[in-house]
Design a protein. Structure first.
Lengths: 647, 388
């Protein structure tokens, strides 16, 4: 056995060598791995893993992929997905402390649970079918209950409120989905090096899931080649965003905690993934730190950037890039090796404070009312401090300064929203719809068929302090099977999405960048959006333990009704009976006579009137009736047989 | 649909928005007036029949029209459904209009009321039978046999020729068959329903037309999709029943409404107005989404027959039952829905109790009416014997 293993090892080496050659020869497919580290103002550290896999347009793609995961390319081809994003999130993004106006937060701050949206490249009539199939495929691929998004009650077709204007867009989210390592493993499987090598080796499960927030995201988009005969290329972007609290020993509360990669993740990076074209680690320091030293040209001053009176970096950055309000240190991990692992550390020397840029309005959502009959949902938009600094305000034709805010919200059908009760308050004063509501699109829900959707665009004055939107609803009553296993916990209403169409977040790098997918995606303008909390709505529950009792009691009532009413109707008393008997005595047929005989026999009385007819005739009459009945029953049976076999 | 009556009634905030209730209170007033009209006709018929049969002249005939109108007006159920802005007063108005038209032999009016009531709530479709009987045979009367008996007694006493006796008895066994009126009624029903359907089709043209309307109205009634609590028993039954049996029980329950139509016609064909009352009471028990407004209707119709139903059994027990249920069910609803301290069984228990009381009420009314007819026969035969 041992001998066999030994003979296999060189073969494996050879194979991997050949594979490496094959990859080397394949110019098209590119893979890059990047990690962005960012200390947050509230003594936490954000780690953002970014993996990008590009499959260029080619004739043969789908059959021969070297780096690109085959499962994804098949998915794209089969369901003709134009663009798709799937995210698994646990925890809530803290917009106040972790930022709300940078590309990182607007792209990676996701609602709790699973969120999936996809744009299809199929005829309008087939979009829903494609969506259903896609949810099933993804459900299998990621070990999650994404297939619950299949039912028409759980997804919606946003027209413009979501930010992507397409009539072939479908959006759905599952707020209660528990995200855990079983979802991460299949996600890692899509990476060429999995979590064995390179940056992804840092993903130590206990440290990832110990964090305050983690969101794994998969975004894929197809790139049209434009050339005839060529298929479309696919760009697969996988990100994992984790917010971790470093363990500190210092007692000073105002001192930022010092950390290193090994203290955060319990692991070190040992070399890059050999299949990656580039593997970089970035450290972004926000706030006043960036402004401290300007016009740094010389080597000494550059050195000061990463080793100064405020903080120390354990490694020398390969490059330093200045952004409008932050510093970006770039490290290339190719140089690290087994003997010298890459373990970036940041040591603070002085207490420092800074704040993150925030979205123009901070959104929160809550429930109003009590009881299980009705209630109201309110969305509160509060002005943030950084609002004055922001550009991107719109001046309307009459010169007023306005902020536009899109609100996109899905209501499950059992939240029966009354759209006419929509009320908008700006600075505690109720406004009419025409004053602030610029655009609204409502698609009401249908019981047990489809969910409701509300999209609206508010145009608020720039000096607004707070704006509140409230809408009333009635709670529905469900069938016993429609309740989840823990029905008394309540039902989750998916997060509302607040986006600011006139505000775009981007990092403005002053220097020309090397080809880094992460940084170039940061450089692109992205829509500022934030998700609100998931709401927990308690619904009334029937008694789950007694369906049998309910069925039997109700049926008893029906029996009571039927039996007693029929009894009253057919009851005859003394004289009526006598009258009927005398009537019957006058003219009686064969059957009646027989019946009267029978009853007389049973009662033990003598027969009142002697029969004149012969017993033979009687029996023949009886038999003909009997034969008729038998034929009837047989015919019914035959018909039943015929119809039941026909099905 | 008026199935939220109970809960609406609890919510005081609804009192603020009582804008639309003018229509509803007008409908209630009109219903009461029409009931009074029906009652006066019935009272006249009762007096006439009593005189024809030649007894009960010593007894005071109660003004049943006034009583029924008062019962309709001051019934807490009517007030609650009016205050709760339920649509049941309008449905009730249509039903009463149909009966009024039939009683006063205004055929187009009867057809209009009938078509509107059916259009609004489907269940009054069963009223076709009593209305046709009213139009064919006339108002409520004691059984025809009774008249025959009295006639024959009188004939035996007065006439000597057998020929005239035979002729007379023949005349009376076959009451005038007013086929013409019935055809007239059917024609008007057809006309009105065509009119309503065309109007609906025109107005719903953009929203899926009539097919969609039937699906969303009658389909909604028949398939019991809405499971919010009401005073009936179906909502909880269909919330709990296994999906596999759902269709079976739907069929059973709806057929139950229809099952009793024929036996009741056979036994009560001489009293079509009372038959209409029984049909309405049964449909308000077995309705998909019953409301207290339906009870208000059949209770006031019941008051039309106070003369006949004076000997009804269990009346005090039933009164207490209705009172208890109407006090307890808001409490239980509140405990379950608003306070969350009770559970669904509390309220469902009330609904079951209410259904039981209603069933006992209907059964006892029918029984009392049949007993009344028996008593009439007995006394008439006694009368005849005494006379002879």
């Amino acid at each position: 056995m041992a001998c066999l293993v030994r003979s296999w090892i060189p073969l494996l080496f050879l194979q991997s060598f050949l594979v490496a050659i094959a990859f080397g020869s394949n110019e098209g497919e590119e893979f890059s791995e990047e990690l962005l580290l960012k200390p947050l103002p509230d003594r936490k550290v954000l780690a953002h893993f970014h993996f990008e896999n590009r499959a260029p347009p080619s004739n043969s793609h789908g059959r021969n992929h070297h780096l690109f995961p085959k499962a994804i390319s098949q998915l794209v081809q089969k369901f003709r997905v134009k663009e798709m994003e799937l995210s698994f999130t646990q925890g809530r993004w803290n917009h106040e402390h972790w930022g709300g106006f940078d590309p990182l937060s607007s792209m990676n701050a996701k609602p709790v649970g699973v969120e999936l949206w996809a744009v299809f490249d199929v005829p309008q009539s087939q979009v829903d079918i494609s969506w259903k199939n896609l949810t099933h495929a993804l459900s299998g691929l990621f070990c999650a209950s994404i297939n619950f998004l299949e039912s028409s009650t759980s997804y919606a077709a946003p027209t413009w409120g979501f930010g992507t204007n397409s009539d072939k867009l479908r959006y759905g989210s599952l707020p209660r989905e528990a995200v855990c390592t079983e979802n991460l493993t299949p996600w890692l499987k899509l990476l060429p090096c999995r979590d064995k090598d390179g940056i992804s080796a840092l993903m130590n499960r206990p440290s990832v899931y110990r964090g305050f927030y983690h969101s794994q995201r998969l975004h894929l988009s197809t790139v049209e080649s434009g050339q005839e005969g060529l298929g479309s290329g696919i760009v697969l972007e996988q990100t994992l965003t984790v917010v971790i609290q470093p363990e500190t020993t210092s007692v000073e509360t105002n001192m930022q905690p010092s950390w290193s990669l090994s203290s955060l993740f319990g692991r070190k990076v040992v070399g890059s993934c050999v299949l990656a074209k580039s593997s970089n680690v970035y450290l972004q320091l926000e706030g006043r730190l960036g402004h401290e030293s300007k016009n740094v040209d010389t080597e000494i001053e550059a050195h000061k950037l990463w080793m100064n009176s405020d903080f120390d970096l354990s490694l020398k950055p390969d490059r330093v890039i200045r952004e409008s309000s932050s510093l970006l240190f770039i490290f290339d991990i190719d140089k690290s090796s087994d003997s010298e692992p890459f373990d970036l550390g940041l040591t603070w020397k002085l207490p420092s404070k800074w704040s993150c840029e925030q979205a123009p309005l901070h959104a929160s959502r809550f429930l109003m009312g009590s009881g299980n009959e009705r209630g109201a949902i309110a969305i509160l938009l509060k002005a943030t401090e950084s609002q004055e600094k922001l550009s991107g305000r719109n001046l309307t034709t009459d010169g007023r300064c306005t902020i536009k805010a899109n609100i996109f919200q899905i209501f499950p059908w059992y939240i029966k929203v009354y759209y006419h009760t929509l009320q908008i308050f700006v600075d505690q004063q109720q406004k009419t719809d025409s004053e602030v509501l610029k655009k609204i699109n409502v698609s009401p829900s249908t019981d047990k068929v489809s969910s409701g959707m509300l999209e609206m665009m508010l145009e608020l004055p720039c000096e607004v302090k707070s704006a509140a939107i409230s809408i009333e609803y009635d709670k529905g009553f469900l069938h016993i099977d429609e309740y989840p296993p823990d029905a008394n916990q309540g039902f989750d209403i998916p997060s509302a999405l607040i986006s600011f169409p006139s505000h775009h977040a981007s990092l403005d790098f002053q220097e020309e960048l090397s080809k880094s997918p992460l940084l170039s995606s940061f450089k692109e303008k992205s829509l500022v959006r934030s998700y609100t909390e998931v709401l927990l709505v308690p619904l009334t529950t029937p008694d789950f333990s007694m369906p049998y009792n309910v069925i039997t009691i109700t049926c008893t009532i029906f029996a009571l009704y039927f039996g007693s009413l029929l009894n009253v109707l057919r009851r005859r008393i003394g004289e009526e009976e006598r009258f009927l008997k005398s009537q019957a005595g006058k003219k009686r047929g064969g059957l009646k006579q027989l019946l009267s005989r029978l009853t007389a026999k049973i009662r033990g009385r003598p027969i009142e009137a002697p029969s004149s007819e012969s017993p033979a005739a009687e029996s023949s009459f009886l038999s003909s009736k009997l034969i008729f009945k038998i034929i009837l029953v047989a015919g019914a049976a035959a018909a039943w047989q015929y119809f039941s076999t026909d099905k | 649909m008026a199935h939220h009556c109970c809960s609406r009634f609890l919510d005081l905030s609804r009192f603020r928005g009582l804008k639309g209730n003018q229509v509803i209170s007008c409908a209630d007033i009109l219903s009461a007036m029409l009931l009074r009209g029906i009652g006066q006709k019935l009272q006249m018929a009762y007096g006439l029949n009593a005189r024809l049969l030649g007894f009960f002249m010593d007894k005071v005939i109660l003004p049943c029209g006034d009583i029924a109108a008062l019962v309709y007006f001051w019934n807490p159920f009517t007030i609650v459904s009016c205050v709760g802005l339920s649509t049941s007063p309008i449905e009730n108005l249509a039903v009463i209009l149909a009966l009024f038209g039939a009683v006063t032999r205004r055929v187009p009016l009867a057809a209009f009321g009938f078509v509107m009531a059916t259009h609004l709530s489907l269940y009054p479709a069963t009223l076709a039978i009593p209305i046709i009987i009213i139009l064919r045979y006339g108002l409520d009367a004691p059984p025809i046999k009774l008249f025959l008996q009295t006639r024959s007694v009188e004939n035996e006493k007065s006439s000597t020729s057998t020929v005239s006796k035979q002729a007379k008895s023949k005349q009376t066994t076959h009451l005038p068959f007013l086929w013409k009126t019935v055809a007239h009624f059917l024609f008007w029903v057809l006309l009105w329903s065509l009119y309503v359907l065309v109007l609906c089709a025109l107005s719903l043209n953009k929203y899926g037309g009539l097919e969609e309307m039937f699906k969303r109205t009658y389909g909604f009634i028949l398939s019991i999709e809405d499971l919010s609590p009401n005073i009936g028993v179906f909502w909880y039954f269909f919330a709990e029943v296994f999906d596999f049996f759902r269709n079976f029980f739907l069929i059973v329950f709806h057929v139950n409404v229809l099952f009793m139509l024929l036996p009741l016609v056979i036994r009560l064909k001489h009293r079509p107005c009372f038959l209409a009352f029984v049909y309405l009471a049964i449909s308000s028990i077995l309705k998909s989404y019953p409301s207290v407004g339906d009870s208000a209707l059949y209770l006031s119709l019941w008051a039309l027959f106070v003369n006949e139903l004076v000997d009804m059994k269990f009346s005090f027990f039933l009164f207490c039952g209705y009172l208890g249920i109407s006090l307890l069910s808001p409490v239980m609803h509140n405990l379950w829905i608003w306070r969350g301290t009770g559970n669904a069984n509390f309220y469902f228990g009330n609904a079951i109790g209410y259904a039981c009381f209603q069933i006992v009420f209907v059964v006892e009314s029918v029984s009392a009416m049949l007993n009344h007819d028996r008593a009439l026969r007995r006394s008439s035969s006694n009368h005849g014997e005494v006379k002879s």
